[in-house]
Design a binder for this molecule. Structure first.
Ligand code: HEM
Length: 141
């Protein structure tokens, strides 16, 4: 459960992510696909090479979904409900992959926003990404 302080920390970090969703998202996906190749299996036929158009467009979608979830941080369940259906029923992404992607998103925040990623902020963003994972994997049977 996110404390009021966690919510404030996540929002403070995300003020600096806004506007950079595409670049940060493309980098996080590139690293996930490179370091953890099993994540590639869900993206058959897509161009996953560095800075590909797909990495940019998909990275932007993923990070903008997080920006939206932070704008509705008291109702992450509600605002990600449709995405939760899609990941569980249509895409059937193994839940372990969410931890992998979360790790690479945090890495990218550390790369681009090192000063902001204090220990407390790191922990709060980590908790937030874990909440998102719980929502996106809640509809698995
Ligand atoms: C699609 C968000 C994690 C695999 C999407 C879309 C969004 C999204 C916004 C586009 C949905 C649409 O077009 O209707 C997220 C978020 C994640 C996450 C916020 C966690 C932070 C993952 C993981 C995987 C994955 C871990 C698998 C490794 C996919 C696939 C698609 C998709 C295969 C469809 C891509 C396409 O064909 O264009 N996701 N996702 N997602 N996601 Fe996720």
């Amino acid at each position: 459960v996110l404390s009021p302080q966690d919510k404030a920390n996540v929002k403070a970090v995300w003020e600096h992510v806004k506007g950079h969703e595409e670049v940060y998202g493309a980098e996080a996906l590139y690293r996930a696909f490179l370091c953890d190749p099993q994540t590639q299996t869900y993206f058959a036929g897509k161009d996953l090479s560095e800075n590909s158009a797909f990495l940019h467009s998909h990275g932007k979608k993923v990070m903008c979904a997080l920006t939206n979830a932070i704008a509705h941080i008291d109702d992450i369940d509600g605002c990600m409900s449709k995405l939760s259906d899609k990941h569980a029923h249509e895409l059937m992404v193994d839940p372990g992959n969410f931890d992998i992607l979360a790790h690479h998103i945090l890495t990218v925040l550390a790369m681009f926003l090192s000063q902001l990623l204090t220990c407390a902020n790191h922990r709060s963003v980590d908790k937030f990404l874990s909440c998102v994972k719980n929502v996106l994997t809640s509809k698995y049977r």
